[in-house]
Write a protein that binds this ligand. Structure first.
Ligand code: SF4
Length: 560
């Protein structure tokens, strides 16, 4: 297709991703503009709220926002001091908490909740609702929000980022224009802020091209799989937060489960598992279904109904895995840069705080008409001298200490708690998750046990995908770029048994028998994708690249 003529739009600040990080950045910028304008005898503000653009690939603000979630409100309290008077309330204060160790049929309550898992003063929230509310605040303050628009590629002048090209709309599956074809825009901005969430596609491009991860540890991820349930009243007190370790995961695996009571009748239940999984046949979705068959969880969910499903990856590498977060014209914030405390199982407050600090940096930079890397480096100084660094530093070696399983990690984490996060070494090593996957011939254990879905308590992937509200335009180019199908249909069958069919929580990858019945080939059901990015991270050959589909496609995480 010849290159179409693209409209050029000019913004002062372009934020990619309307999650907690991106919206905190937009909202804080509008506050700084207002404060500046109220200052007596000053020059006009260096930007206006209307010149702040936020693009979001979800069909509406919050549609792709998914988390557990228990929110530490310390950043929100600064950003919106009167959030507690919000109607309806944003979340339920934590009223009760416990940590259990599960065996197949039993559970033991830890006599003392570890300090990092204490949630007194925090809120059980729906991230989807929180983000929707923040979106309304940012819009009311004058920022321009564009849902349904995905960032397709970064625009550069030399090595300086000057904006983003948005997605073309109306291409057919072969990449040819349909009658409704609309080329994407070129949005130019003085500063582009990447707030795409974990493993953002533009963030990945920028990190690779600008070598932002030179000197940092590899990022490590988990996958979180979650369902929302409506249950009869009288099960758990609203605001109950329960975390579990142990069954159905093995001691060698990183992860655990959670059960949160948002209201008396609405429960969030989920399982988180490290993507440094050894066994290529391990299926996190199936392990989650198994988790719900534990007698204690079965009792909590009995007579209830699953109403929503979702999955996403979680960047857990911590302090040493954060890349350089600025370049000329560019800032990375929130999960896109890895600002998450895996020890506390929390990232929303860090996403908000880094969004706010980015806004303060950008405002100062634009006042001086200088958005070079040197000017934006103030963002790194700001987060390094704030509670963001303090919190991440205390957990700097946490995730990496699980490399040898739960029992060894218990020793290391105990030592880290006693040494302010240091442990035995100043910096624990790690490797990219996909390097942990073993070939089939090296897997000594029998395949992980499977749970047969009953359609009441346990579900197959397609039923769950239906409950994620996922929709994509069918006739569009696949957004899952497989560099070499010959590897999938040949080497991978023998070496790894096509792990994509297991690690994808949405049944996107399927091995189909060839028409001659002789061999198998990979079928990619792209329209099931819930945008979790697991395949981009966990594929052992690193030949899968996730790019955004046509904006507006994907899950609809209402209430999640
Ligand atoms: Fe997640 Fe990839 Fe499956 Fe989409 S295709 S749901 S990004 S693993």
């Amino acid at each position: 297709m010849p290159e179409p003529t693209r409209e050029r739009l000019e913004a002062d600040v372009l934020i990619v991703g309307a999650g907690p990080a991106g919206l905190s950045c937009a909202l804080r910028l509008t506050q700084l503009i207002r404060e500046y304008q109220h200052g007596a005898g000053l020059e006009p503000a260096p930007l206006s709220p209307e010149s702040i653009y936020v693009i979001e690939k979800g069909s509406e603000i919050g549609a792709h926002s998914l988390s557990g979630a228990v929110l530490d409100p310390k950043a929100l309290r600064k950003l919106v001091p009167d959030y507690e008077t919000c109607k309806p309330p944003l979340g339920t204060p934590v009223a009760d908490e416990a940590v259990y160790f599960l065996t197949e049929g039993g559970r033991w309550k830890l006599p003392v909740t570890p300090p990092f898992l204490r949630n007194h003063g925090n809120l059980v929230v729906s991230l989807n609702q929180l983000v929707k509310w923040m979106g309304r605040l940012a819009e009311d303050a004058g920022a321009n929000l564009f849902p349904g628009i995905a960032g397709a590629e970064l625009l550069y002048e030399g090595e300086r980022v000057v904006g983003v090209r948005t997605d073309d709309k109306g291409l057919d599956r072969n990449g040819h224009p349909k009658p409704n074809f609309q080329p994407g825009y070129d949005i130019h901005a003085q500063v582009t802020v990447l707030a795409e969430g974990p493993r953002g596609s533009l963030s990945k491009q920028a990190i690779q091209r600008l070598h932002l991860d030179r000197g940092s540890s590899p990022q490590n991820y988990s996958i979180g799989v979650k369902e929302l349930w409506e249950v009869p009243p009288g099960r758990l007190k609203p605001g109950t937060v329960i975390h579990t370790a142990g069954w159905p995961l093995e001691a060698r695996q990183f992860g655990g489960g959670f059960l949160y009571a948002l209201t008396e009748t609405r429960l969030a239940v989920g399982l988180v598992v490290g993507l440094d999984e050894r066994d290529p046949r391990f299926d996190a979705h199936n392990a989650f279904q198994r988790y719900k068959t534990h007698p204690w969880l079965r009792e909590q969910l009995h007579g209830g109904q699953m109403v929503r499903y979702g999955a996403k990856t979680i960047p857990e590498g911590g302090y040493f895995a954060i890349p350089r977060t600025v370049a000329d014209g560019l800032i990375l914030i929130g999960d896109a840069a890895g600002f998450l405390n895996s020890q506390r199982l929390k990232g929303i407050h860090l996403a908000m705080k880094t969004g706010m600090l980015a806004a303060e940096t950008i405002f100062d930079a634009l006042l001086r008409r200088d958005s070079s890397a040197e000017a934006l480096r103030q963002f790194e100084r700001r987060w390094q001298t704030s509670w963001v660094k303090e919190e991440l530093w205390r957990a700097r070696n946490y995730r990496q200490s699980f490399g040898r399983g739960l029992w060894s990690a218990t020793f290391h984490v105990g030592l880290q708690l006693a040494t302010c996060g240091r442990g035995l070494r100043s910096r624990y090593r790690s490797r990219p998750d996909y390097e942990s996957m073993q070939r089939l011939e090296d897997c000594q254990a029998s395949p992980p046990p499977k749970t047969k879905p009953d359609g009441k308590l346990t579900f197959d992937k397609l039923s769950d995908v239906y409950h994620s509200g996922t929709r994509h335009e069918e006739n569009q180019p696949s957004h899952l770029h497989i560099a070499d199908f010959n590897i999938c249909n040949g080497r991978c069958i023998v070496e790894y048994g096509n792990p994509c069919q297991y690690f994808c929580p949405a049944a996107v990858y399927e091995m189909e028998t060839d028409s001659g019945g002789q061999g198998k080939h990979l079928r990619v059901n792209s329209s099931n994708c819930v945008h979790c990015k697991t395949c981009d991270i966990a594929d052992p050959y690193q030949i899968i690249t996730w790019v955004p589909p046509e904006g507006g496609g994907g899950p609809h995480y209402d209430g999640m």
